[in-house]
Design a protein around this ligand. Structure first.
Ligand SMILES: Nc1nc(=O)c2c([nH]1)NC[C@@H]1CN(c3ccc(C(=O)N[C@@H](CCC(=O)O)C(=O)O)cc3)CN21
Ligand SMILES: CC(C)C(=O)C(=O)O
Ligand SMILES: [Mg+2]
Length: 290
């Protein structure tokens, strides 16, 4: 029986959603996501920065993986996403692609890799597609990025847009403030959503905006909206994997739900290992060659 690429591999024998009947276990495509929007189906996205975790999420049935520039603070030890380079994104993205079979892999264009000109954006988006093998790219900005999105889309590059709170502007904001509060800001968000849709984006991330506004944008949007801190009314939801799995050190944003406590699990394992070695309890005969 054929399974939807938006469903976990394990549910292949469960009743198949008729919408995706006929689809074998192949990569999810942007067309599948357009179809999901038309049929009002919600889906999940997670970030991934390496082949190992990407493989776990792929097997678990996460249909879209984002190689986020949140790798900067979540994987590479920087304070923000600002220092992340194209070479780093290419390396991490290639690993995520290698680790997956079914997920659509989207890579962030990092700060400074697309704002200079549409030509610069084209050059760097092509690097992510040719050198890393990603299936789509994401960049921040609504109206301000529409011309760039249009050029990439014309060149055959699927683009995910990202509006509301755009973390690459952290130093301009002076932090990570919720966006779209008040009439003027709400209208700007609606204009941004419209601009990226008209430019040809296949989906749009709405980050840190009031739930009611995110639902309104979603209702007006022909492309899937992917919320993070946008409440329950968006078409899809994305979380940073280290946040949802309890690996992030320190404070996580209010919109995060922690689904596991990997940090505590790993810390416990590491301290037990260290104690075993100190006490001579590891390795035992079963871990030794005779
Ligand atoms: N670990 C991690 N998780 C993320 O979701 C994430 C990153 N890093 N790095 C890049 C951006 C930054 N993000 C953030 C970070 C903090 C808030 C935050 O704490 N915002 C305030 C808003 C307060 C207000 O304006 O009312 C908050 O208290 O939630 C929001 C988004 C989302 N992205
Ligand atoms: C939070 C998501 C949308 C992102 O841009 C990232 O992880 O870099
Ligand atoms: Mg990002």
């Amino acid at each position: 029986m054929n399974a939807s690429p938006l469903q976990p591999a394990q549910t292949q024998d469960a009743p198949v959603n008729t919408l995706y009947g006929g689809v074998t276990s192949r990569r999810v495509t942007v067309r599948d996501l357009a179809k999901a929007k038309r049929n009002g189906e919600r889906w999940a996205m997670l970030t991934a920065y390496d082949a190992l975790t990407a493989g776990v999420f792929d097997e678990a049935g996460i249909p879209v993986l984002l190689v986020g520039d949140s790798a900067g603070n979540c994987h590479l030890g920087y304070e923000t996403t600002v220092p992340v380079t194209m070479d780093q994104m290419v390396m991490l993205s290639a690993a995520v692609v290698r680790g997956t079979q079914r997920a659509l892999v989207v890579a962030d264009l990092p700060f400074g890799s697309y704002q200079e000109s549409p030509a610069q954006a084209m050059h760097n988006a092509a690097r992510l597609m040719k050198e890393a093998g990603v299936h789509a790219v994401k960049l921040e900005g609504g109206e301000r990025s529409a011309r760039t999105i249009e050029l990439l889309v014309e060149a055959g590059i699927p683009v995910m847009a990202h509006i509301g709170l755009t973390p690459q502007s952290v130093h301009a904001y002076g932090g990570y403030p919720v966006q779209g509060r008040g009439d003027e800001a709400a209208h700007q968000l609606l204009r941004d959503a419209k601009a990226v849709q008209q430019a040809g984006a296949f989906a749009v991330v709405l980050e840190a905006v009031p739930a009611e506004l995110a639902a309104e944008v979603t209702a007006h949007s022909a492309i899937p909206t992917v919320g993070i801190g946008g409440g329950p009314g968006t078409d899809a939801q994305v979380l940073v994997w280290t946040d949802f799995a309890g690996m992030t050190a320190g404070r996580v944003p209010k919109f995060v739900k922690q689904y596991a406590d990997l940090r505590a699990t790993l810390a416990q394992a590491a301290s037990e290992f260290a104690a075993d070695v100190r006490e001579g309890a590891f390795p035992g005969p079963e871990h030794s060659f005779q």
